[in-house]
Design a protein around this ligand. Sequence first.
Ligand SMILES: N=c1c2ncn([C@@H]3O[C@H](COP(=O)(O)OP(=O)(O)OP(=O)(O)O)[C@@H](O)[C@H]3O)c2ncn1[C@@H]1O[C@H](COP(=O)(O)O)[C@@H](O)[C@H]1O
Length: 116
Amino acid sequence: MTTPLGPLARLAAALEHLSGTIDARALEGDAGTSWTARLLAKGPDAAAGKIAEEGNELAEAVIRESDDNVASEAADVIYHLMVGLRARGVPLDAVAAKLEARQGTSGLAEKAARKE
Ligand SMILES: N=c1c2ncn([C@@H]3O[C@H](COP(=O)(O)OP(=O)(O)OP(=O)(O)O)[C@@H](O)[C@H]3O)c2ncn1[C@@H]1O[C@H](COP(=O)(O)O)[C@@H](O)[C@H]1O
């Protein structure tokens, strides 16, 4: 019997799959049949617009919508974030490195250090 994946492992697997799909669309996607290819063809500005739009929709959902809508809007943000990173050529590794570098540093301490 296989052990079911925990939520973070499921998310990591989904992101891995999505990342591969976005890379494939960037290399040989058809803007006529693929939203990802269409967005990438328009360049980073188009992805940035969708990140902002979906971010607002997620914020609205967090404030006043159902748990299911929050999850759905969060998925939209993650997808468009990944397309934006691909449009800019910023590798996921670079984002991972930022998160890793912040581990163990309080957000409040980091903010205070910026003001010095
Ligand atoms: N996760 C997503 C995903 N999330 C959202 N979207 C699309 O993003 C678009 C914009 O979402 P909105 O909710 O803003 O829709 P809208 O209001 O009609 O958008 P506008 O046209 O008004 O900007 C819609 O067409 C959604 O279907 C996504 N499109 C693709 N993916 C993933 O990417 C894969 C490849 O998709 P294609 O590139 O389209 O083949 C898919 O199999 C999915 O795994």
